[in-house]
Design a protein. Structure first.
Length: 186
């Protein structure tokens, strides 16, 4: 009878461990989804600011049609991304960030534009949204890391495999130039 009790106790412990691990994996998966939703909200906010910024710039910039079109096309690509993977979305967002960077570089050639209060407000709002996107990316990538560690680590990987939990992709910049440290010289 002692042997039977030991087997039952061990079986109960295994089942209890399985339940605890499963619930932990579910929680981590939900945190990843929450993190991705946060990124998505911030990216939508940025996309919503861009048309207003472009309208302000169009009034001043007459010879820079290519730059304006590049921003417009990149924004449209991002909005049409739908359920793209983080890797695909990161690539599109990198293109949009590059186009916006070129737009602000062009704006430097127009002192009247740089002094326009609407342009300044949109530029500041865009900068704030970029900071919030960065925070959302960090949160998302942190939750992805936690899930991926649990999915790969023993013994939780046994439960993860049993219930088809899989690793998630990090949200990373695709453009290597975006990662590069700028060269500053005086």
């Amino acid at each position: 009878m002692d042997f039977l009790q030991i087997i039952l106790a061990l079986s109960g412990a295994v089942v209890f461990f399985g339940i605890i691990t499963y619930n932990k994996l579910v929680k981590l998966r939900q945190l990843v989804r929450e993190g991705w939703s946060g990124i998505d909200v911030q990216l939508k906010r940025r996309a919503d600011l861009i048309p207003n910024l472009l309208e302000t710039v169009k009034g001043y910039v007459t010879h820079e049609r290519e730059t304006l079109e590049a921003v417009t096309q990149a924004r449209a690509a991002v909005q049409n991304a739908g359920d793209a993977s983080p890797q695909e979305r990161g690539k599109l967002e990198g293109i949009l960030s590059g186009a916006l960077g070129r737009l602000f570089a062009v704006a430097e050639d127009y002192p009247e534009l740089r002094a326009d209060s609407s342009f300044i407000e949109f530029q500041e709002a865009l900068q704030q949204v970029e900071e919030e996107i960065q925070l959302a990316r960090r949160y998302y990538n942190g939750t992805v890391r936690n899930l991926n560690v649990s999915v790969e680590s023993f013994p939780s990987n046994i439960v993860a495999n049993m219930f088809s939990f899989s690793q998630e992709e990090y949200f990373e910049l695709e453009n290597e130039l975006d990662r590069a440290v700028p060269n500053v010289s005086f």
